[in-house]
Design a protein around this ligand. Structure first.
Ligand code: HEM
Length: 413
């Protein structure tokens, strides 16, 4: 069956959902399609949307905020590219570009600040969006595929932030990437080769900087754009946002009231985008993006910390794993290297988290508690999710504020 026909042939699930939220006055198929192709807006949105999906608490605008922040990153990133030079030479390279942006370019530091804070906010918004989707059970059928696309988007967002971290080529960025590299090297068997492949050698050098630059400005944004298009297309194909009428046990209801997407939905989206812009500009005015001493591979700062969104993993790596840390690889070779804390905290745990996230919507396919925060039938799952999220947050705060030289606990004041 052709691709386009398959796209049109929605699953039975989707047809049920679409019949519930269908436009109140459908047009003949041909006319509707012609209008849609001539009108870009109708490619992005249906003509009408459910009124209750416009309430702020339905999404908190988090998905739209992710898109707005990504667009801001693209615009500010292109401006930065005019001045940035991906070289390790202290006089003309990346570090010198940062200095030039700060002292020699009108609004240079401001644009850099905007780029930096928008990137941090995108990571926060993506996590909160994931939390909203989980707590409303919106990952359940028929949205399981879109959840997987969302998880991939989160991975790309983190990779985009991580590759950008190296670009200023200061002590902060260099050693944060080095921490990531040592976790990579802990993958049993292939770790050192993987690290060499990602950095283009044993050291983080000019080759690594060029690779990270290419990934950061070209490959990852392109992947993000494609995944976002598929994500939005699936939201439409799944009949809009998840709603409690989709629950297995929901009794048949009358079609829910709808309103035209223009202006009701579009103006709300514009308001969210504007709010993101205002917050990023305010942060850029109030706080400068940090720039430490130029990168010095010979002298590690004490302590060398990972980027803040990976600090919870660095914190976990610092704990004592007892017998687990003495397991050999391969297990039958007592003379082989031990797996160590870096493997358990830096490789095994993130891999398990990713696998759990990807498998989640396929494990229990029953549609219960959909479209409701902390739905009665999903309360335990939601409480477990919140506890895990709070633990990650606590570990991040400890790593950020309370870790001093040699990773010992210190008071922040
Ligand atoms: C980081 C980039 C992301 C972007 C730009 C994005 C964008 C969006 C947008 C615009 C929507 C429509 C509703 C809304 O605003 O909430 C949406 C819905 C959705 N997103 Fe995302 N998203 C991202 C990440 C994620 C992640 C990390 C997940 C979960 C792993 C996810 C899963 C979903 C699902 C399942 C829906 C449908 C929700 C429903 O029907 O209630 N998305 N996304």
């Amino acid at each position: 069956m052709g691709f386009w026909r398959r796209c049109r042939n929605l699953s039975a699930d989707n047809r049920v959902v679409r019949s519930i939220v269908a436009d109140s006055a459908p047009m003949p198929g041909g006319a509707q399609r012609r209008i849609r192709y001539r009108n870009f807006f109708l490619l992005l949105h249906p003509r009408r949307v459910r009124r209750d999906s416009l309430r702020p608490r339905a999404t908190f605008g988090l998905g739209v905020a992710c898109i707005a922040l990504f667009l801001l990153l693209v615009v500010t990133g292109i401006l930065l590219m005019f001045y940035y030079s991906p070289g390790t030479d202290p006089a003309r390279g990346a570090y010198a570009s940062m200095e030039e942006l700060r002292h020699g370019v009108a609004f240079g530091q401001f644009i850099r600040n905007m780029h930096r804070w928008a990137a941090h906010l995108l990571v926060v918004a993506a996590f909160l969006h994931l939390a909203r989707v989980f707590l409303t059970g919106a990952f359940k059928p028929p949205r399981q595929f879109n959840w997987v696309i969302g998880v991939l988007l989160l991975v790309v967002t983190l990779a985009e932030s991580f590759t950008g971290y190296l670009l200023p080529w200061d002590q902060l960025s260099y050693w944060a990437i080095e921490v990531g590299g040592s976790m990579m090297a802990a993958v049993p068997g292939v770790g050192p080769a993987l690290r060499r492949m990602v950095f283009g050698g044993e050291e983080i050098s000019q080759t690594a900087l060029i690779r990270y630059y290419g990934l950061h400005v070209l490959i990852l944004p392109a992947v993000f754009t494609v995944l976002t298009c598929i994500h939005l297309w699936r939201v439409r194909q799944n009949g809009g946002l998840a709603h409690s009428i989709e629950n297995d046990d929901a009794s048949p209801q009358m079609p829910l009231p709808t309103v035209p997407a223009w202006p009701h939905l579009v103006l709300r989206e514009a308001a969210v985008a504007l709010a993101c812009l205002v917050i990023v500009v305010a942060m850029a005015v109030a706080f400068d993006a940090p720039l430490g001493e130029p990168a010095d591979p010979a002298h590690a700062p004490e302590p060398a910390k990972a980027a803040w969104y990976f600090l919870w993993l660095q914190e976990i790596v610092s704990y004592d794993y007892g017998a687990l840390a003495r397991v050999h690889w391969p297990p039958w070779d007592p003379g082989g290297p031990t797996l160590g804390a870096e493997f358990w905290g830096g490789v095994a745990l993130p891999s398990v988290c990713l696998a759990v996230l990807l498998a989640l919507p396929y494990v229990r396919q029953r549609r219960r508690g959909v479209g409701v925060y902390f739905g009665r039938t999903r309360r335990v799952a939601c409480v477990v999710f919140v506890l895990v999220a709070l633990t990650i947050l606590a570990l991040t705060l400890v790593g950020y504020f309370l870790r001093g030289p040699n990773w010992v606990l210190v008071w922040p004041w």
